[in-house]
Design a protein around this ligand. Structure first.
Ligand code: SF4
Length: 390
């Protein structure tokens, strides 16, 4: 996620809620994409550090847990830059120019000069962000699937150019090294005995070791087994999109929630300010008087009920609004309560990090270390196959 400062409920319902769920299902890496922020905001670098810190506190407030997922900052893992550079050697210019957002964003952000090398290359930097971890799944929205396709194409080209034909023994060694020192040692200790019984026996032992691993993801396990059986090594696996249904959280005026539209509710916003914003948010203009019936479809408050209310409460809104049985303040009351309850949990989680920013720095430092370890491993392999392992 690009560090744009404090986050709002649109980020929570659209992205973070999903992250909180995913962190218990997969090994997740979540990072502040500060270099990406510079591709469009290179004129204002002074804000990046503060925005990054604020954003990560909001992740923690939303329930992203550094004990379950790796939280880090992109620029603190220089392997992303090295992989970006190496991938840039094999990426045809046309692939980048064809990325749909390239022209669109230049149009939309006309006040900025985006005819830069960094801006053209940002989808490839995204590719490096993903491939540095050999990520098998990337949580994206429908509109970003095309974006991920570039990463998949680059990985394919890389493997085509550098995926090596290797002998059986090297394949087993490489696969087991990924599992950890203990397993590699176990195999090594018994190697001679296995080999005497032939390659098939050794293959079966290595497969059993890989299948018995609970500490690697299903995707990693499949890839290792594939490497073992195939004739070569796939260095950079092609990531797949992980499409998940997310709620679209509208802003106070019914448009997409965005800080720049002034229609957002911050995750750590003051309760009085939130109550005030909800009380004064516009409703169906047809309900001038309490006795005028309305139509929820024409009211942004109804969109919020779709996020926060259960079926019974939604039926109450539909009926009450259309028959003028309820007033707009009655209608907003359960929403105010639900939003305030959600935000109060966020504020409570954020408090220790607001009181002691050192805690956040520690979490980031720990996450960066874990991320680097993983990325370093990938880069070792990439350098090797590109002839740079000297
Ligand atoms: Fe909107 Fe509710 Fe008022 Fe109907 S009753 S106009 S849905 S706020």
């Amino acid at each position: 996620m690009r560090p744009t400062g404090r986050l709002h409920l649109g980020h929570y319902h659209g992205v973070l809620k999903n992250w909180v769920r995913l962190q218990h299902q997969h090994r997740c890496f979540f990072f502040a994409a500060d270099w990406h922020a510079l591709t469009t905001d290179y004129e204002h670098p002074q804000q990046v550090a503060e925005h990054t810190q604020d954003m990560i506190v909001d992740w923690l407030a939303a329930g992203v847990d550094p004990g379950s997922a790796v939280l880090f900052v992109q620029s603190r893992v220089p392997e992303h830059a090295e992989l970006h550079l190496l991938l840039s050697m094999i990426t045809p210019l046309g692939w980048l120019e064809r990325v749909p957002t390239y022209k669109d964003q230049q149009e939309q952000l006309r006040d900025k000069d985006l005819a830069t090398y960094g801006f053209l290359g940002y989808p490839l930097l995204q590719g490096a962000d993903i491939l540095a971890y050999k990520a098998t799944l990337v949580p994206v929205g429908e509109d970003q699937v095309a974006h991920l396709e570039l990463t998949r194409e680059v990985a394919r080209r890389f493997n085509h150019l550098y995926g090596r034909e290797v002998d059986f023994e090297t394949r087993v060694q490489a696969a087991l090294r990924k599992l950890g020192r203990k397993q590699a040692q176990l195999y090594e200790d018994n190697r001679r005995a296995y080999q005497e019984r032939g390659d098939q026996e050794a293959l079966a032992v290595a497969q059993a070791l890989i299948r018995g691993q609970a500490n690697i993801s299903l995707g990693d396990r499949e890839r290792l087994l594939g490497n073992l059986e195939g004739g070569g090594i796939i260095v950079l696996p092609e990531p797949q999109p992980l499409l998940t249904a997310t709620a679209r959280m509208p802003g106070l005026d019914g448009r997409k929630m965005s800080k720049s539209y002034g229609n957002a509710i911050g995750l750590r916003e003051d309760p009085d300010a939130v109550a005030q914003k909800l009380r004064t948010m516009p409703t169906d203009p047809a309900r001038v008087r309490r006795s005028d019936p309305g139509d929820p479809e024409k009211c942004p408050v109804w969109s919020l009920h779709q996020v926060y209310s259960d079926d019974a409460q939604r039926a109450w809104v539909q009926e009450g609004c259309r028959s003028a049985g309820i007033g707009c303040l009655d209608c907003k009351k359960p929403l105010v309560d639900a939003v305030q309850a959600e935000l109060s949990l966020f504020r409570e989680r954020a408090r220790p990090f607001e009181d002691d920013p050192g805690l956040v720095r520690e979490i980031i430092a720990g996450g960066c270390e874990q991320a680097r370890e993983q990325a370093r491993e990938t880069l070792d392999e990439v350098r090797q196959v590109m002839g740079l392992g000297y």
